[in-house]
Design a protein around this ligand. Structure first.
Ligand code: KIV
Length: 266
């Protein structure tokens, strides 16, 4: 097996940061999609609680449960051959105490083949991050626009308090996280934070200076058309393709053109 094909491990993240090699991350929620993304060579699959909006159709991530996350994480991790798989701790599954965080996070390592968990929050989550890392559970942090705090933040807005963000980033890194997501912050703030950390920063709406990037896969593929943030680049318009393919199928069934002789048994 060539080194490039070896499964990605947690220490690769710090090494890639040192080497200046950018890290690619995409969300995945099911086996079929995870297999495609892994085949394409993405470094890390994030089983994001964004599945609350993209898969479940809610307007926030707040309703997603721990059982649902474990269910999706199990499918994604089973598909991954090379990519590292990280799963989100959903709202209400870690904020009460480091003990609660530990019991919740341990489920992903016991019941799925995920290698780590992600949780939101800077200083306020540092104690929980430390408890998980001490228990041997790799943690990816997430600061800036943290969707689980949407009610307090009052909407999906760019977070601009540079000193606050830097303090949060340092707290997450010092607590032992292996990577840090920066969501919806000005590019110059991400550029200030990134060189101050030994762990990689992963941007989503945080400009080009981050050590890696993450996108929500249905956004990138044009499958989720409800909401299109400025930072999303559409690499395909699968929504259009699906509608066209299905319209053709319906027309063929209606006209009697499907199935034909080759598609039938004798
Ligand atoms: O839930 C998710 O998919 C995320 C990414 C947007 C970073 O947290």
């Amino acid at each position: 097996m060539a080194p490039a094909d070896l499964p990605v491990t947690i220490p690769d993240f710090a090494r890639w940061k040192q080497q200046g090699r950018k890290i690619s991350i995409l969300t995945a929620y099911d086996y079929m999609t995870a297999r495609l993304l892994d085949d394409a060579g993405v470094d890390c699959l994030l089983v994001g609680d964004s599945l609350g909006t993209t898969v479940q159709g809610w307007d926030t991530t707040l309703r997603v449960t721990l059982d649902q996350m474990v269910y999706h994480a199990e499918m994604v991790a089973r598909a991954a051959r090379r990519a590292l798989v990280v799963a989100d701790l959903p709202f209400g599954s870690y904020q009460a105490s480091p003990e609660q965080a530990l019991f919740s996070a341990a489920r992903f390592l016991k019941e799925t083949q995920c290698q780590g968990v992600k949780l939101e929050g800077g200083r306020r989550s540092a104690e929980a991050i430390r408890a998980l890392v001490e228990a041997g559970i790799p943690v990816m942090g997430h600061i800036g626009l943290t969707p689980q705090s949407i009610r307090r933040l009052g909407g999906y807005k760019v977070q601009r308090d540079a000193d606050e963000l830097l303090g949060d980033a340092l707290a997450v890194a010092q607590a032992g996280a292996f990577a840090l997501i920066l969501e919806c912050i000005p590019g110059d703030v991400a550029a200030r934070i990134t060189p101050k950390l030994a762990i990689p920063t992963i941007g989503i709406g945080a400009g080009p200076s981050c050590d890696g990037q993450v996108l929500v896969t249905p956004d990138l593929l044009g499958l989720f058309e409800g909401f299109r943030p400025k930072f999303v680049r559409r690499y395909a318009e699968l929504g259009d393709l699906v509608r066209k393919a299905v319209a053709q199928y319906i027309a063929d069934v209606t006209s009697g053109g499907f199935p034909n002789d080759q598609e039938s048994f004798r």
